[in-house]
Design a protein around this ligand. Structure first.
Ligand code: SF4
Length: 74
């Protein structure tokens, strides 16, 4: 399987998504549907919530498909 990594940023935090790891639990889009919406393309729109909310939601991803880094940490 190809190791795909997608990145989405609001300029402050970057959301990293690895589709191969996603188990489609729905936790991200039930928790923060402004940012995570699988019906949209792109399905992640990080400018729709604060970075704090985004980070909090990413930490709940059960599979490790979602991770993040703060842009100013290099
Ligand atoms: S919470 Fe994680 S595993 Fe669940 S749908 Fe979102 S990205 Fe996929």
């Amino acid at each position: 399987m190809k190791d795909i990594t997608k990145k989405y940023t609001n300029g402050e935090v970057t959301i990293v998504w690895k589709p191969n790891l996603c188990i489609h639990s729905g936790i991200c889009f039930r928790g923060l549907s402004e940012v995570f919406d699988p019906r949209k393309r792109p399905w992640i729109t990080p400018d729709q919530a604060t970075s704090d909310k985004i980070v909090e939601q990413i930490k709940k991803c059960p599979s490790g498909a979602l991770s993040y880094f703060m842009n100013d940490e290099g």
